[in-house]
Design a protein around this ligand. Structure first.
Ligand code: KG4
Ligand code: ZN
Length: 346
């Protein structure tokens, strides 16, 4: 079954054609990173306007790359939310019109569920349930127990800043640019993880929730202290060694908190057979290594096979949609009208 998927929840106009939930025939993305780098973050109206400009060209290019015409496409998939509503609506309206005109079933996918299915892409293997999933993105962090396809229980979630958001804000505090994750991890490579003693908010004894706002404030305080002590005008005058040390200590603190929570979740759910990491921050090498180390080879660990499937993409939406369709094919009909939602409910 070939699904054409569309994802426009934030700042990437993305289309993909995915066969049987695992084989990507085309994955086309128009990134807006260069535009949002100018403002140090995403301005929703700017993102929406870019989606309007890029949606149809990306769609055309994707079908061409996949070597498909509309007759080859069995169904459509679309990110219904959560995300920026003005961005989501460009994708949902495009999908609604195609579903109507081309009479294709339309499958609405929750964005975080899409990230979860990025681990199915290209794996070519049977994934064993129950699986414990750590989703780490710019806007959300969750620990989810997955008992079967689309059978989820949320065990923990972010109470304030998500991990990716913390990376982006700390990069901004250090004057390093946008998006923060890849830059922080690169700069951290030259620093010492022990240079600063930063907090790991573990919250209540059994809690699987996350909090990164205290860590972000601790970083901000270190920068203010540096500026005051060195008489610097602003972050542009901070020396590279200080930046590298703070980036390394920060990254270590985030990865430590995430992986410790994951281990806590594993202790509470001993029947788990696999552990997965998904979402933009799953691209982080230190996080992968720390989780691997803490699992000690006892449980299968998966993260997306390619970096492009960690961050937002439409292939993951097509993968998630395929398994939704397999469970309830009668539910998804042509001429469907999907309304975007900001709800986090899965
Ligand atoms: O999943 P995603 O593409 O978008 C959302 O759904 O939010 O995640 C984007 C986030 C950004 O905050 C970005 O800084 C972070 O993922 N990110 C990383 C890395 N690559 C992207 N964070 C840490 N290390 C990375 N290598
Ligand atoms: Zn995402």
């Amino acid at each position: 079954m070939k699904i054409l998927a569309i994802e426009t929840s934030c700042d990437e106009t993305a289309c993909a054609v995915v066969e049987d939930g695992q084989r990507v025939l085309a994955n086309t993305v128009a990134s807006q990173i260069d535009i949002h780098a100018l403002t140090g973050g995403v301005v929703p109206e700017v993102a929406a306007r870019e989606h309007v400009l890029k949606m149809i060209p990306v769609l055309d290019e994707c079908l061409k790359d996949a070597g498909c015409d509309w007759d080859d496409i069995d169904a459509l998939a679309i990110t219904r939310g959560p995300g920026l509503v003005s961005s989501l609506i460009i994708g949902t309206e495009t999908a609604n019109v195609i579903s109507f005109v081309k009479e294709k079933p339309l499958i609405p996918v929750q964005h975080i569920v899409g990230h979860i299915y990025s681990n199915w892409i290209g794996s070519g293997e049977e994934i064993e349930f129950p699986a414990l999933i750590l989703t780490v993105s710019g806007g959300h962090n969750e620990i989810i127990l997955m008992r079967g396809h689309h059978d989820f229980e949320v065990l923990g979630e972010s109470r304030d800043d998500a991990a990716g958001e913390a990376f982006d804000k700390v990069a901004r505090i250090l004057g390093l640019g946008y998006p923060g994750g890849p830059i922080i991890s690169r700069v951290a490579g030259n620093g010492s993880v022990d240079a600063f003693d930063l907090p790991r908010a573990m919250l209540e004894k059994d809690s699987l929730d996350f909090s990164f706002s205290g860590l972000k404030t601790a970083v901000l305080n270190e920068v203010k202290k540096y500026i005051a002590e060195n008489g610097s005008r602003d972050e542009s005058e901070i020396d590279d060694e200080f930046k590298a040390n703070l980036a390394a200590s920060f990254q270590e603190a985030v990865c430590d908190a995430l992986s410790l929570k994951l281990m806590r979740a594993l202790e509470q759910n001993p029947s788990v057979l696999e552990v997965h990491i998904a979402g933009g921050v799953s691209a982080n090498r230190r996080l992968r290594a720390m989780v691997e180390e803490r699992l000690g080879g006892k449980i299968k660990l998966r993260y997306p096979g390619e970096i492009k499937y960690c961050t937002d993409n439409a292939s993951m939406i097509g993968a998630a949609a395929y398994f939704m369709y397999q469970l309830e094919p009668e539910k998804y009909l042509p001429k469907t009208n999907i309304v975007p939602t900001t709800s986090f409910e899965i």
